[in-house]
Design a protein around this ligand. Structure first.
Ligand SMILES: *Cc1c(COP(=O)(O)O)cnc(C)c1O
Length: 413
């Protein structure tokens, strides 16, 4: 039996065919079962902030596993309290902030969804209901039934209808928000760079406008920082580029550096909405996970990786725009969350060609390549990336020229 046959028979079919069998990683490199080395510019989808097998990650997970892994949320542990304090400090909540821990992005957003409903319930008790929730078209918030209801992609929702009611999708403009909002809206959910949709930036000034408009109507502004957080965009959290204060943010992916953990961080009055019995998780915030996330954030801070993300992001963008290729139409995103826009719908062919050349990247749609490498990358990784990416683009260009009549999406890699 090959591993492909095992995977095809035993694993759930909701993911496409697995592209490789990886057995080991170190820094920004992965090795497959045949011993081939790959440069990893996907980093487990913006998860492996420190790259693979970083000593700080390994040390934290080993030491905490040998000390205390899990005791349940009937009790507190030192790593949990330390991580909550760190997240509050980095997010700038001040004393009034609070942190809820879950095990994934979807769980963080589920908690945020319930936060919005609790805000609605509080208004209802005061005699003014808030049954409406606004979210942005094309934004991604997760795959559970609650977070799918927040995800503005009709094709993703269709097989699972009916959705949890109350969510309405609007365009990502201040005008659309102004037109849709009233005093019956409990919350607006915003993904500050739409990663899964193809690394789509919000219009300039959107977050500032959204803050003003939601505040005027008493609605919560909830920002999904699951992909953008932990320094990836060149600030600890993407909302900080706008200089605003949201009511809540959700984090996951990069804060665990490969350990599954997520969190909802609330600001000000929103911190008082949950009360005993309204939410919980058995694993959420256990000593092992919070020790690892604490070590990951500590290393990002110690090594100044937030600034590295900003600077290397610019270097990478310039390098990409300097590639002499007909295929490249532009580059979106911020810091080390970049989307290379292609002129033809050949992104999947580029991903396959890149893998042949020893480079791991990903295509969130047919016309975009997403780059979310470890925050630790330097000149060596960027130079190697540019060489491998250029080679992959050439392979696809050559295929396009050889087979001009082909449907572009079917170009062989
Ligand atoms: C990945 C992601 C999620 C879902 O996180 P999971 O850990 O896969 O549940 C939610 N929102 C955004 C913006 C994401 O990128």
């Amino acid at each position: 039996m090959t591993w492909q046959e095992d995977a095809g028979r035993d694993l759930v079919r909701s993911f496409g065919e697995r592209m490789a069998l990886f057995v080991r990683g170190e820094g920004s490199y992965l090795w497959d079962a045949e011993g081939r080395r790959y440069l990893d510019f996907l980093a487990g989808i913006a998860v492996d902030s420190l790259g693979h097998a970083h000593p700080a990650f390994v040390e934290a997970i080993s030491t905490q596993a040998a000390t205390l892994a899990h005791v349940s949320n009937y009790f507190a542990t030192p790593p949990q309290l330390a991580l909550a304090a760190t997240l509050k400090r980095l997010a700038g909540t001040g004393d009034s902030g609070r942190v809820y821990f879950g095990n994934s992005g979807a769980e963080a957003n589920e908690a945020a969804f319930k936060l919005a409903r609790l805000h609605g319930a509080q208004s209802r008790r005061a005699g003014a209901d808030r049954p409406r929730i606004l979210a942005l078209k094309d934004a991604f918030h997760g795959r559970t039934m609650g977070t799918l209801a927040l995800t503005g992609k009709p094709w993703m929702q269709e097989p699972f209808l009916p959705m949890t009611p109350g969510v309405e999708f609007i365009d990502s403009t201040a005008d659309a928000l102004e037109a849709a909002i009233d005093d019956r809206v409990a919350a607006l959910f915003v993904e500050p760079v739409k990663g899964e949709a193809g690394v789509i930036d919000l219009p300039e000034g959107y977050l500032e406008a959204a803050r003003e408009i939601t505040a005027r109507h008493g609605a919560l502004l909830i920002i999904d920082e699951i992909q953008t957080g932990a320094g990836r965009t060149g600030e600890w959290f993407a909302f900080q580029h706008a200089g605003i204060t949201p009511d809540a943010i959700t984090v996951a992916k990069g804060i665990g550096g490969g350990f599954p953990i997520g969190a909802l961080i609330t600001f000000g009055a929103a911190s008082e909405l949950f009360y005993p019995g309204t939410h919980g998780s058995t694993f959420g915030g256990n000593a092992l996970g919070t020790a690892v996330a604490g070590a990951v954030l500590g290393e990002i801070e110690r090594a100044d990786l937030v600034r590295n993300a900003a600077e290397r992001g610019e270097q990478l963008r310039e390098g990409i725009l300097g590639i002499d290729s007909e295929l490249i139409a532009g580059c979106r995103g911020r810091g080390l969350l970049l989307g290379v826009a292609l002129r033809h719908p050949v992104a999947k062919a580029v991903v396959s060609a890149a893998q042949e050349h020893g480079l791991v990247i990903n295509a969130p749609n047919d016309e975009t390549i997403r780059l979310v490498p470890a925050l630790t990358i330097g000149d060596v990784e960027i130079d190697e990336f540019l060489a491998l990416f250029t080679a992959a683009l050439r392979t696809v260009e050559d295929a396009l020229l050889l087979e001009p009549a082909h449907d572009a999406t079917e170009v062989p890699a």
